[in-house]
Design a protein around this ligand. Structure first.
Ligand code: SF4
Ligand code: SF4
Length: 106
């Protein structure tokens, strides 16, 4: 196959048999602010880790809302808190990430 230096994006289709909303509901109870996210991506643009490991809080929140496993991506966060400073909705994103990590490590 010819390498053009780019490829088709991976499918974002969700297999409904694998959807597990328990984490999102548990999280929304502890961190109701997550419902205020408008997925603007400011946190992702400011992320310290993102350029090195693909960390994207926007994708994490989107994934949780779709019931997919975002454990791998969350592990790339170093809890620097930069995303908290740029969120236009005033969400304490650092605390949100900490809570997500705690739920995953239970
Ligand atoms: S900056 Fe705030 S509102 Fe925007 S995607 Fe991130 S968490 Fe959501
Ligand atoms: S706290 Fe995590 S998600 Fe937020 S900017 Fe820092 S590394 Fe990125």
């Amino acid at each position: 196959m010819i390498d053009f230096g780019f490829q088709k994006a991976k499918s974002s289709t969700v297999n409904l048999d694998n959807v597990d909303m328990r984490l999102y509901y548990a999280l929304a109870e502890k961190e109701p602010d997550i419902k205020r996210c408008m997925e603007c991506g400011s946190c992702t643009a400011a992320c310290t880790s993102g350029p090195f490991n693909g960390m994207s809080l926007r994708q994490v929140i989107h994934g949780l809302q779709r019931g997919t496993d975002v454990r791998q991506m969350v592990s790339g966060c170093m809890l620097c808190g930069k995303c908290s400073m740029v969120c236009p909705r005033g969400i304490n994103t650092r605390h949100l990430l900490l809570t997500i990590s705690r739920i995953y490590t239970k």
